[in-house]
Write a protein of this length. Structure first.
Length: 253
C-alpha cells in the first residue's frame, strides 16, 4: 500500500485578540516592506534577486519596478516541491528582479523524507535539538511570510543569510521602511518551538502558532530556537516558548 501524504496546508491562530490586533498589521507591513525592498535594493545597484510576492501585491511591485527602471519577470507559480509550504512559497509568486536567472528550487528540497527544518538543525540522532543564530537566518516563520530570503539558508549559522539581513536593514533605512523591517527583525528574534509528528508540523511563538504539512515521521521531532526577546502581548504558559505565569502575592493571614 502506498504511503499517505498530507496535502499542502498552513493554518494559524493567535494567542489572544490583543496579540492579533497588535501584531497582524505589523506583520502585514513587514511583508509589504520586504516585497518593495527586493526592488529597491536592485535599483540601488545590488545584484538581481528572486522575491516571493503575494498575488495581491504584484501590481504594486510591478509599478515600483517600472518607476525605478528595474527589470521584473514573473516566473511560473511557486515550484510544487514537497517543501513549498515550509519555504513560504505556496500561494505566492516567484518573481525575478533585475538581470538574474535564478534556480527555482534549493538542493535541500530534493528529498521528501525529511523536513528541511530538521535537516537545517543538523540533527544526527535523538528527537530534540536546540538551535541559535542570527535573526536573518531564521526560516521557521517562512510559511506565514516572515522571512528574509525566499531560498533556504545552508544552516542556522549561514553567513550569506546574515549578510542579506544586514543589507535588508540598511536598505530599509535608506527607503523609509526601517520600522516595518524592525518588526520583522523582532519577530524572527523571538523564541520558537517547532515540532513534527505524523505529517504535521506545529510552530509556536509567544503570540501565535500555526500548523503545516510535513513529511511523516514515526516519532516526534522537536527544534527549539531560544531567541533573545519576548514580544509585547505575549501569552504566558508553563512551557517553552511562553513567558512564565505571574505568581500572585500570598494573602496576609
Amino acid at each position: 500500500m502506498a504511503s499517505w501524504t498530507a496535502p499542502a496546508f498552513c493554518r494559524s491562530s493567535w494567542a489572544s485578540e490583543t496579540a492579533r490586533a497588535l501584531w497582524e498589521p505589523r506583520f502585514r507591513a513587514a511583508r509589504t516592506a520586504c516585497e518593495d525592498l527586493a526592488v529597491l535594493q536592485v535599483a540601488d545597484g545590488a545584484r538581481g534577486t528572486v522575491a516571493v510576492i503575494r498575488p495581491a501585491s504584484l501590481a504594486r511591485v510591478t509599478a515600483l519596478a517600472a518607476e525605478r527602471g528595474v527589470a521584473l519577470r514573473s516566473l511560473d507559480a511557486a515550484p510544487a516541491t514537497a517543501h513549498a509550504v515550509a519555504a513560504g512559497r505556496l500561494g505566492r509568486l516567484l518573481v525575478a528582479i533585475g538581470d538574474v536567472d535564478p534556480p527555482l528550487a534549493d538542493p535541500i528540497e530534493n528529498r521528501d523524507d525529511l523536513d528541511p527544518v530538521w535537516r537545517l538543525a543538523g540533527a544526527v540522532s535523538g528527537d530534540e535539538v536546540a538551535v541559535a543564530g542570527d535573526w536573518a537566518v531564521n526560516p521557521l516563520l517562512a510559511p506565514v511570510g516572515l522571512v528574509v530570503q525566499p531560498l533556504w539558508p545552508r544552516g542556522f549559522d549561514c553567513p550569506d543569510a546574515v549578510a542579506r539581513g544586514a543589507a535588508l536593514v540598511a536598505a530599509a533605512a535608506r527607503h523609509d521602511r526601517a520600522e516595518a523591517i524592525g518588526w520583522l527583525h523582532e519577530a524572527l528574534s523571538w523564541p520558537v518551538a517547532w515540532s513534527a509528528l505524523h505529517g504535521i508540523a506545529e510552530i509556536k511563538t509567544p503570540v501565535f502558532r500555526f500548523i503545516r504539512n510535513a513529511p511523516p515521521t514515526p516519532g516526534k521531532l522537536s527544534v527549539r530556537r531560544e531567541g533573545d526577546t519576548m514580544p509585547e502581548g505575549s501569552a504566558r504558559g508553563l512551557g517553552f516558548p511562553f513567558a512564565a505565569p505571574r505568581l500572585s502575592a500570598p494573602r496576609a493571614a
